[in-house]
Write a protein that binds this ligand. Structure first.
Ligand code: OSB
Ligand code: MG
Length: 369
């Protein structure tokens, strides 16, 4: 494959519902999309960096800058065999994994189209459908949260994850468990707690949570290991796992017993697959996280989730939970049993709706060889 042009664009999309985490509220997304053109094929990637550097140190504007000035020039005009070549081409650039992932994932997308294979097959996927969960943000009141949960459970989602923080935890878990004693339930603190909260967090064991996601610092796995020793409930690591070495170190330390793989957070499909494999070797299940993606990133998450060790329901859910109108066709739908069918057509399996993308584009730039 030879990439002749990289079209960068920023799209602005209002969220159908505001999303609140311990680090802030998001009402609309600014998203960097990349379109790679080469060998008569058009392939897409989505950068999951947020509007602010609150989840990680990346954000839309840094990703835009690095893509334009550092990454795109390293990719253009080169003879590329596969998405696996990207890590080597980008090696000199430290960090900026979300920016790297957008390009690398688009290269995999291009390769899948070129070979006439579903992206899931190219990645090594074996599942024909993936189990889905939902991530529910912090709500204006407990009553509003209960309504949201009722709606998602009725829609068939297999696991409910609640965003939590000090003051939005025990009382919420009590109420949810009294109403739904048996649903698969987890929580995600996005680093809202300290090791001094260990006794408080240990008291959550009575709620029979599937996992507690990233309770402590975003860049830590040592103190997570100390916390894990105090808990019956499994810790799930998200923010702190950047690559396969982190995964191995965290599992050797017993910092957590489940890993959330976000392809953007780890720099692309190659590293995501490597982390999946390390976890498999340790007998640790993984699931695919979400970053409020459009249908482009979502379709890539579906393909990744088809790998065998993605055995827990992920945060990959229906387009309509995020957008009144998605930018792919068909939009992503979830069955009454809480599953998404993995596409069997070549490439990502969903068409980009160009007219819609044009309408919401607020900035564009083309980089050529
Ligand atoms: O920690 O998993 C997270 C959204 C934005 C940033 C971080 C996270 C999330 C989610 C939402 O939990 C997952 C989704 O539904 O896309
Ligand atoms: Mg998380």
């Amino acid at each position: 494959m030879k990439i002749e042009a990289i079209h960068m664009r920023e799209v602005n999309m209002p969220l159908a519902y505001p999303f609140e985490t311990s680090f802030g509220v998001t009402t609309g997304r600014r998203i960097l999309l990349v379109e790679l053109v080469g060998d008569g094929i058009s392939a897409w990637g989505e950068c999951v960096a947020g509007e602010h550097p609150y989840f990680s140190d990346e954000m839309v504007d840094t990703a835009w800058h690095i893509t334009e000035t550092e990454l795109a020039p390293r990719l253009l005009g080169k003879e590329i065999e596969s998405g696996r070549d990207c890590a080597g081409l980008f090696e000199q650039v430290r960090g900026h994994r979300m920016a790297k992932a957008a390009l690398e994932n688009a290269v995999w997308d291009m390769d899948a189209q070129r070979q006439g294979l579903p992206l899931s097959t190219l990645l090594g996927g074996t599942r024909t459908s993936i189990p889905c969960g939902v991530s529910i943000g912090i709500q204006p009141s407990p009553a509003v949260l209960m309504e949201k949960i009722a709606k998602e459970v009725a829609a068939g989602y297999q696991r409910v994850k609640l965003k939590c923080k000090p003051g939005w935890d025990v009382a919420i878990f009590e109420e949810v468990r009294s109403r739904w004693p048996d649903i698969m339930l987890s929580c995600d603190a996005n680093s809202a707690y300290k090791l001094d909260d260990a006794d408080h967090i240990a008291s959550w064991d009575r709620f029979n949570l599937l996992m507690i996601e990233q309770p402590l610092w975003y860049d830590d796995f040592y103190f997570h290991a100390r916390l894990q020793k105090r808990l019956g409930t499994r810790i799930c690591l998200d923010e702190c796992i950047r690559n396969r070495r982190d995964a191995r170190a965290a599992l050797e330390l017993d910092s957590g017993r489940i890993i959330n793989i976000k392809v953007g957070r780890v720099g692309g499909f190659t590293e995501a697959i490597a982390i999946h494999n390390v976890c498999q070797e340790f007998g640790i299940p993984v699931w695919c996280g979400g970053m409020l993606e459009t249908g482009i990133g979502r379709s890539h998450n579906i393909a990744l989730s088809s790998l065998p060790n993605f055995s827990l329901p992920g945060d990959v859910s229906a387009s309509k939970r995020y957008w009144t109108e998605d930018i792919i066709e068909p939009e992503v739908v979830v069955s009454a049993s809480g599953e998404i069918a993995v596409p069997t057509t070549p490439g990502r399996g969903y068409e980009v709706v160009r007219e819609r993308v044009e309408e919401i584009t607020v900035r564009r730039q083309t980089v050529r060889a």
